[in-house]
Design a protein around this ligand. Structure first.
Ligand code: F6P
Length: 371
């Protein structure tokens, strides 16, 4: 029997279970393959005793619409930066990648499918360079991976953010208020921009275009007449003012290497007050609500397509590659290419033009930015 190991790494994302199910179902059609899952990304292999679970069609039955991941995930540590506690309570990280590859071989695993975002696919590439037969599946609600038209989970997050805008519009209008909705996305403004267009927001602030507070204030003031009016601002968690910093905290969780973004909505309200904006303002931070729960149909379909294609790449021994969606096809792109640069919003993007055409302010003098 040949064996493929599946794992989910990084933040969870609606659609992970649909990918797992698709891999298992497609593998089951080949009589000589079985699928195992490593619990919590590569931790399942690295732990003693190991936690590797056999994934049968019976186990994955009906999980395509379940949120989260049945094999758990982590965005801490990993084979190249395994956290080890020192005597003084601090942590250092050690490289356990060689040991892990030996363990994978010892476990009789012929190939690995790593479902994860940019951080996970960087790990995939490094392991591939060390000789591991590995394939990537792009996962992120942020849609910040290039080489693929889109990632699963993203549209579900946009749906949740849009629903929030829809709800906040009614309370904003009733109270003559400005609502600032803070959405995820890290360094990419895709969730914010899509939710702003879909929800009909007045202002959308994204990391790619640092905002001018006077422009934001003027736009919001234009929405009020004799103290009557309302507006909704969609702010991406990575948005920042011109000459200003993103709002973040450094994490003290062992092995967590990312910064934790969050708090721009509150900062924006303070900046607007300091600039003399006088209407009532409230903030709503959507946070992990955008990652939890069931994937919408679009993401279930995309996840299933990624899963089937990933297993077929295993059959074809297309290692060191990531599945990518390039409408209308699913193709294999080198991991190296997939992680080379992030997918960020650019001034010439069609959706930016749409947003401007709808009078959504992006907080910048766009005629200058586009030059
Ligand atoms: O990358 C996905 C994402 O949801 C980002 O949008 C967000 O900044 C980050 O993960 C938060 O991750 P966590 O709280 O799980 O560390």
């Amino acid at each position: 029997m040949k064996r493929v190991m599946v794992l989910t790494g990084g933040g969870d994302c609606p659609g992970l279970n649909a990918v797992i199910r698709a891999i298992v179902k497609r593998a089951h059609q080949e009589k000589d393959w079985e699928v195992v899952g490593s619990i919590q990304a590569f931790n399942g292999v690295l732990w003693e005793p190991t936690e590797i679970k056999l994934l049968t069609p019976e186990i994955v039955k009906g999980i395509h619409f379940q949120g989260g991941t049945i094999i758990e995930t982590t965005n801490k540590g990993g084979p190249f930066a395994w956290p080890v506690k020192n005597n003084d309570g601090t942590y250092t990280t050690v490289d356990r990648s060689d040991e892990m590859i030996r363990k994978i071989q010892y476990l009789g695993i012929d190939a690995v499918i790593n479902i994860g975002g940019d951080g996970s696919q960087r790990i995939s590439q490094k392991l591939y360079e060390k000789g591991l037969n590995i394939i990537g599946v792009p996962k992120t609600i942020d849609n910040d991976l290039s080489s693929t038209d889109t990632t699963f989970g993203f549209q579900t997050a946009v749906e949740i953010a849009t629903e929030a805008v829809d709800k906040l519009v009614t309370t904003a209008a009733s109270h003559n208020r400005v609502f600032v909705v803070e959405v995820m996305g890290r360094y990419a403004g895709w969730i914010a921009l899509n939710a702003a267009v879909a929800g009909g927001a007045e202002v959308c602030l994204i990391p790619e275009f640092p905002y001018d507070i006077d422009i934001v204030k003027a736009k919001l003031e234009s929405r009020f007449h004799r103290n009557r009016g309302f507006a909704v601002v969609v702010a991406s968690e990575g948005a920042r003012p011109v000459n200003g910093e993103m709002v973040f905290e450094k994490s003290d969780e062992p092995g967590y290497e990312n910064i934790r973004l969050g708090g721009i909505s509150r900062q924006l309200i303070k900046q607007l007050k300091d600039a003399g904006f006088q209407h009532d303002m409230r903030e709503t931070v959507l946070g992990h609500l955008q990652r939890g729960g069931i994937p919408i149909a679009y993401d279930r379909v995309l996840s299933s397509q990624f899963g089937v294609k990933a297993f077929e790449m295993v059959l074809n021994k297309e290692y060191g590659k990531m599945v990518a969606y390039r409408h209308p096809n699913f193709v294999a792109v080198p991991l190296k290419e997939a992680i080379a640069q992030p997918n960020l919003v650019t001034p010439d993007n069609a959706l930016v033009k749409t947003a401007l055409g709808l009078d959504i302010s992006l907080g910048v003098d766009f005629s200058k930015l586009a030059d």
